[in-house]
Ligand binder design. Structure first.
Ligand SMILES: Nc1nc2c(c(=O)[nH]1)N(C=O)[C@@H](CNc1ccc(C(=O)N[C@@H](CCC(=O)O)C(=O)O)cc1)CN2
Ligand SMILES: Nc1ncnc2c1ncn2[C@@H]1O[C@H](COP(=O)(O)OP(=O)(O)OP(=O)(O)O)[C@@H](O)[C@H]1O
Length: 185
């Protein structure tokens, strides 16, 4: 069995090599599915992420949600609680900055912090997933911590991924949290 680190680097490489056309088509497919999922669940407060490293793009989904008047949130690396995320409101006017991983995130503003318990859906990035909806991320454990015991919380965690990110079986660790669903572009 391959190690988590081997799977990460393999899939990240494949993902980075998707063509612009493949990326655009996947974005269109996943946006349609996500809008349908949001409508089904009557979700109003929705956490997304800004794509990097070949991740399926969330840009057209975010634009559609803004048009519908939904509230969109993005993850921000917690300033002192290492390995934890905060979720901040994201609007077209939000001031952005580049974080330690080179990903754009809202500038920390206490007034924009939204408790994860009050989110309806958390759409998560992921590197690899399997049929059991196990999720392998970038390796920081950020979403594992956020999603801990999600069944007892209000929000639903849903992964967004390219089809090429699916693997037969992920080696699972005790802290890994299976997702409610994964939408494949
Ligand atoms: N778009 C997006 N945003 C996200 C995540 C994500 O996976 N995707 N995260 C999900 O958790 C958090 C950031 N987690 C990350 C963890 C590791 C690396 C990373 O690139 N690590 C480098 C080496 C480490 C370094 O540069 O210090 C690498 O593996 O090449 C990036 C993001 C929060 N925001
Ligand atoms: N709920 C948790 N509580 C404490 N530590 C955790 C928790 N979840 C994960 N960790 C720690 O975080 C580290 C990274 O975990 P893992 O490799 O599963 O991250 P990942 O799922 O790939 O990343 P991410 O969730 O950020 O996308 C592990 O060393 C693990 O010990």
């Amino acid at each position: 069995m391959e190690t988590r680190q081997q799977i990460r680097s393999q899939i990240r490489k494949i993902r980075r090599n998707l063509t612009a056309l493949q990326q655009t088509q996947a974005e269109r497919l996943v946006t349609r599915q996500a809008l349908h999922f949001i409508e089904q669940h009557q979700a109003e407060h929705i956490a997304l992420y800004l794509s990097f490293d070949g991740e399926i793009s969330t840009q057209s989904l975010i634009n559609a949600l803004w048009q519908q008047g939904k509230s969109v949130y993005l993850p921000v690396l917690h300033p002192f609680s290492q390995g934890h995320l905060l979720f901040l409101a994201y609007m077209p006017t939000t001031q952005m900055q580049v974080n330690a991983f080179g990903i754009l995130e809202p500038q920390l503003d206490i007034r924009a912090v939204w408790p994860s318990e009050q989110l309806d859906i958390i759409f998560t990035p992921l590197v690899a997933f399997d049929q059991q909806k196990n999720r392998l991320g970038m390796g920081g454990g950020f979403y594992d911590r956020t999603l801990e015991n999600w069944q007892q919380k209000h929000f639903i965690p849903v992964g967004l991924a390219h089809a090429c990110q699916q693997v037969d079986m992920l080696p699972v660790e005790s802290w890994d949290i299976p997702l409610f669903d994964i939408l494949i572009g």
